[in-house]
Design a protein around this ligand. Structure first.
Ligand code: AMP
Ligand code: FE
Ligand code: FE
Ligand code: ZN
Length: 282
């Protein structure tokens, strides 16, 4: 009964429609899938319909962008009320800021002679979807400038690139409070996926625990053995749930759906804590 609680669709920077992500989960033998697009619940309805059709259980979620100083932190929010005003206003603010940030990044790149236009980038973003750097990469792939998203990130789109522009995102402690207020269950996504020195510190995790953090995504492709060991111990010390997920992005990333999974008892605990939205069972 594999449970994969972190995937992306064309509602943000995945390359497959929500219904296709759910179908892929079913084909891969994944019993329960979490759809967690960046800063949006846009894909939930389509995924719920597809879940019934494919006999897959759906856990509606969001990967909420957060930032503190120059550090970017991702917070998974499971089963929040998608209409909660504090939550929706944070998400709208982040998505709006992502749009202007995309314009500024494309402008900087174009000014420097990289063959990319705002129209070409916008053409890669589905109506209403959350825009991100992967869409700039997709425009460059479509124009034949690079072969794959990875190449675009390596050359121009990384956090250390001169073209990188930040966007509004709530402080992670605020985000935990808002997700809980919306009846959701907050779990830090890939806490140690950053380069050394940029991982989510134990001190920040502790601050987030005091605000209501429920768990850590320990099992993830970006975590090596040391990361898994450290985060497992940290979760135990702080009384946090431990999840594992693929962070599937269709063909936008190498991550295979179901490559890391979450224990059934952990999903039960998430469901018990949630009051915002129900799990969709076929
Ligand atoms: P943004 O949300 O606009 O800051 O862009 C970050 C997103 O880019 C992450 O959620 C990843 O999905 C994606 N990403 C980061 N690095 C890479 C990479 N090397 N190849 C493909 N996608 C990437
Ligand atoms: Fe992503
Ligand atoms: Fe993430
Ligand atoms: Zn993700």
């Amino acid at each position: 009964m594999p449970i994969d609680l972190h995937t992306h669709s064309t509602a943000s920077d995945g390359t497959e429609a929500p219904a296709v992500v759910v179908a892929r989960a079913g084909q891969a033998g994944v019993d329960t899938v979490g759809l967690t697009d960046h800063d949006t619940t846009l894909g939930w309805a389509e995924a719920a319909t597809a879940a019934s059709e494919h006999g897959v259980t759906l856990v509606p979620g969001i990967e909420v962008s957060c930032s503190r100083g120059r550090q970017s932190i991702h917070l998974l929010a499971y089963l929040p009320d998608p209409t909660h005003p504090d939550l929706t206003s944070e998400l709208v603010r982040a998505r709006t800021s992502r749009d202007t940030r995309l314009e500024r990044m494309v402008q900087r790149m174009a000014d420097d002679g990289i063959p990319v236009t705002l129209d070409a980038v916008r053409a890669q973003v589905e109506e209403g979807a959350t825009a991100g750097r992967p869409h700039i990469a997709d425009a460059l792939v479509a124009e034949g400038v690079v072969a794959h998203r990875d190449e675009a990130f390596a050359r121009w789109l990384g956090n250390d690139s001169p073209y990188y522009v930040t966007h509004y995102a709530p402080d992670p402690v605020r985000a935990v409070e808002v997700v809980r207020a919306a009846g959701g269950v907050p779990v830090v996504a890939h806490p140690w996926s950053g380069t050394r020195g940029r991982v989510v510190s134990d001190a920040l995790v502790e601050e987030m625990v005091h605000a209501g953090l429920a768990g850590l995504e320990v099992h993830h492709r970006d975590h090596d053995g040391d990361a898994v060991l450290h985060l497992t111990e940290l979760a135990a010390a702080m009384g946090l749930l431990v999840t594992g997920s693929s962070d599937y992005h269709g063909n936008g990333k190498r991550n295979r759906i179901g490559e890391h999974t979450t224990a059934p008892a952990v999903l039960e605990a998430i469901e018990e804590q949630a009051t915002g939205t129900a799990v969709v069972r076929p």
